[in-house]
Design a protein around this ligand. Structure first.
Ligand SMILES: [Zn+2]
Length: 564
C-alpha cells in the first residue's frame, strides 16, 4: 500500500484479470472521502505514464473523461464500473492503434523541460508551415504571424513599455498529427526524424532558418487532431564543447569556416545533430482560441469595425460585450469625463474617475483584448469629430449610438440620410429604470430613425407607461438623471450588443427594431405597467421578460426621409 499512502487510501483490493494468456493484477484503491471521490485502479509495470495513453502520472488508469460526474449513492456500482473500464483499456492496448490516443491527450503529456519557457502564441491556427515573429522577454516568449501583429499586441498588453521591441524570427511547422511521447525530441537530430515522416516539405524551411542561425533557435509546431490543433515548441540549442567554461562558448555552428561561409548541410548537421533541445509550453492567445476555443465562427466578426457613439453606462457595457464576442475593431467617441456616480453602473471604476470615458475604456479594452485589430478613441462629441474627420464614420461597418439625446441622434439621423455611403446605424436606449430597452437598426434607405420618434426625440412606441415623473432632479440647474441599476441595465446592453452582432453578420433587416422587456412584476415594482399599444402585439399579457423584433415603420410625412 505504500505506493498510495500519500493519497490517503482507506481500502483496496487486488483483482486478477487475464487477457490473451497475460495475467494482470488490478489494484483497486478507495481514497478518503469515497464515495465522493472516484475509485482509482492501478496495474502492473506494463502500464506506465508516457508508455501508454490514459495512464496518469502516478500510474493510475485515467478512467473517466474530464468533468465526468458520478453517483456517490451507488458505491458498489462505482467500483465495478472502474474495474470494467480498466479492463477495457487493457484489452484495447493490444491493438496497435491504441497508441494514437496519445494525440488526443497531447496537452496532458507534453510539458516544458528545465530552461523551457512559456510561449504566448498569437499564431492563427490552420495555416501552413512558415517563418513567424518572435519576441523573447526575460520571462516568456511571444509568437505572432508577423512583426506588426506582435508589436500591436505587446503595445496593448504592456502599455507602460515605451522602449523599442527587438524581434526575432522563429519557424512554425504544421504537422498532420501531434508527435507521440516516443518522438519527443531530446536532440536536434530527433526533430529531423519526426519531420521526415510528418512534414518532409518543412525541412527546407528549417534549412533556410539555419542559414542565419548562429545561436539557439525556436521551432514552433502545430499538430492536427480531430478535436482541433495542439501547439507546442522547442528551443534548438547550439552545439557546445563540454569542456568549455560557461560564458566562453565558441560558435560551434561557425567553427572551422569563415563567417557566413558554412555550407548549409554542415550547419544543418550541427544544429540538428546531437545538440540539446529544450521543450517549451505553448499557451494560445489568438482570437480564434480566446473567442470560443476554435468552435465559434469568430473570423467574420473579427474583420468588422464598429464605431460607438457614447461610452456611458450602456455604451461601455455594449463595447465590452462586442469585444468579448470577437469584434476586431472598435472606435469609441465620447466627450465626457467619468464621475463618481457613474461608477455604480459603468464598467470603469473609481480609479478612472476624472479621466475621459472614451480614453479609459479604450485602454481597458486594449489591455483585456490585446489581439484586437484596432481600438481607437476620440474624447469629443461625434459632431465635432465628424466635421474634421468624416472618413472615420464612412470607414466603419456599423455605428452604434447609445447617447440617448435627440440633439446628437436626431442630427446623426439627418447626416446618415443625406450622405451617400453612410454605414447603418443602431440606436440603442433604455426605458425608465431599464425595465425595457430598444435597439433600432437603420440603413440609408427605408425608414429613418425619426420616423418612429416625435419632434422631441421621444419614441412613439414604448413598452411601459408611468403615472409619475421617472427622472430624478439633481441639485444643479437643469440636471436630472434616470434612476436604474446595473443589473437591469445588463438586459438592455445584451439586446443592443446582440442586435449589433446580428447586423454585422447581415442577419437582420435594416428598418428593424429589437425590444427587450423585464417581467411584469419587475415593471410593477418600479411603479410602471405595460403600455396598451405594446400589449396589442400579444394575444396574452406577457408575464415574463422577453425580446421581440418589430418592423420600424416609415412615416409618410417624415421631415427627414419623407417625399418632398
Ligand atoms: Zn423618416
Amino acid at each position: 500500500m505504500s505506493r498510495y499512502e500519500a493519497k490517503d487510501p482507506i481500502h483496496g483490493w487486488v483483482v486478477p484479470f487475464e487477457h490473451q494468456a497475460d495475467r494482470f493484477d488490478l489494484q483497486v484503491v478507495l481514497l478518503q472521502n469515497f464515495p465522493w471521490t472516484k475509485p482509482r485502479v492501478y496495474c502492473n509495470e506494463k502500464f506506465r505514464f508516457m508508455q501508454y495513453p490514459h495512464i496518469e502520472k502516478d500510474g493510475a488508469f485515467c478512467l473517466y473523461p474530464p468533468g465526468t460526474e458520478h453517483n456517490p449513492l451507488n458505491p458498489k456500482g462505482l467500483i465495478w464500473g472502474a474495474i470494467k473500464e480498466a479492463t477495457r483499456l487493457i484489452v484495447a492496448s493490444y491493438d496497435d492503434a491504441f497508441i494514437s490516443d496519445f494525440a488526443d491527450e497531447f496537452d496532458s503529456y507534453w510539458s516544458k523541460t528545465d530552461g523551457g519557457k512559456n510561449i504566448v502564441s498569437l499564431l492563427s491556427p490552420g495555416g501552413p508551415s512558415r517563418r513567424v515573429s518572435l519576441w523573447c522577454s526575460t520571462g516568456d516568449y511571444y509568437l505572432a504571424d508577423d512583426h506588426t501583429a506582435l508589436e500591436s499586441w505587446l503595445r496593448n498588453r504592456f502599455p507602460g513599455n515605451k522602449k523599442d521591441y527587438k524581434f526575432n524570427t522563429a519557424t512554425h511547422i504544421a504537422l498532420n498529427r501531434p508527435i507521440l511521447p516516443s518522438e519527443y525530441p531530446r536532440s536536434g537530430a530527433a526533430i529531423l526524424r519526426f519531420l521526415r515522416e510528418l512534414a518532409p516539405e518543412s525541412i527546407e524551411l528549417l534549412e533556410d532558418a539555419a542559414v542565419t542561425a548562429d545561436d539557439k533557435f525556436t521551432v514552433s509546431f502545430e499538430g492536427r487532431t480531430d478535436d482541433g490543433p495542439v501547439f507546442f515548441a522547442v528551443e534548438v540549442m547550439p552545439p557546445v564543447k563540454q569542456s568549455m567554461k560557461a560564458g566562453r562558448r565558441p560558435d560551434m555552428v561557425q567553427q572551422g569556416f569563415r563567417p557566413g561561409k558554412v555550407p548549409t548541410h554542415i550547419r544543418m548537421q550541427r544544429l540538428f545533430g546531437g545538440n540539446k533541445v529544450e521543450r517549451h509550453e505553448t499557451m494560445r492567445a489568438d482570437p480564434s482560441w480566446i473567442h470560443g476555443r476554435d468552435t465559434a465562427t469568430v473570423a467574420p466578426l473579427f474583420d468588422k469595425r464598429v464605431l460607438m457613439i457614447g461610452a456611458g453606462s450602456l455604451g461601455s457595457e455594449v463595447a465590452l460585450l462586442l469585444a468579448k464576442t470577437g469584434v476586431g475593431s472598435i472606435t469609441l467617441v465620447d466627450p465626457e469625463l467619468l464621475d463618481y456616480p457613474n461608477v455604480g453602473r459603468h464598467i470603469l471604476g473609481v480609479s478612472q474617475v476624472r479621466t475621459f470615458k472614451a480614453k479609459s475604456l479604450a485602454e481597458k479594452l486594449a489591455g483585456d483584448f490585446p489581439h484586437m485589430r484596432s481600438i481607437q478613441y476620440f474624447a469629443e462629441d461625434w459632431q465635432s469629430l465628424y466635421s474634421k474627420r468624416s472618413e472615420i464614420f464612412h470607414n466603419t461597418d456599423l455605428i452604434v449610438s447609445t447617447v440617448g439625446s435627440w440633439v446628437a441622434e436626431g442630427r446623426l439621423n439627418q447626416v446618415a440620410r443625406n450622405e451617400a455611403g453612410f454605414p447603418p446605424v443602431i440606436y440603442g436606449w433604455a426605458e425608465p429604470f431599464s425595465v425595457a430597452g430598444h435597439a433600432v437598426l437603420i440603413g440609408s434607405n427605408g425608414p429613418c430613425f425619426a420616423c418612429g420618434m416625435d419632434h422631441f426625440g421621444r419614441a412613439r412606441q414604448t413598452v411601459c407607461e408611468w403615472d409619475t415623473e421617472t427622472t430624478r432632479k439633481q441639485p444643479h440647474c437643469g440636471a436630472s438623471f434616470q434612476p436604474y441599476g446595473p443589473v437591469s441595465l445588463s438586459g438592455v446592453a445584451a439586446l443592443v450588443a446582440k442586435t449589433s452582432t446580428k447586423a454585422l453578420l447581415g442577419e437582420m433587416h435594416l428598418g428593424t427594431e429589437a425590444v427587450y422587456w423585464a417581467s411584469k412584476e419587475e415593471i410593477a415594482e418600479q411603479g410602471g405597467r405595460f403600455n396598451p399599444d405594446f400589449l396589442n402585439c400579444f394575444s396574452d399579457v406577457p408575464e415574463f421578460g422577453g425580446t421581440r423584433r418589430f418592423e420600424w415603420r416609415q412615416k409618410v410625412d417624415c421631415a427627414f426621409c419623407g417625399e418632398e
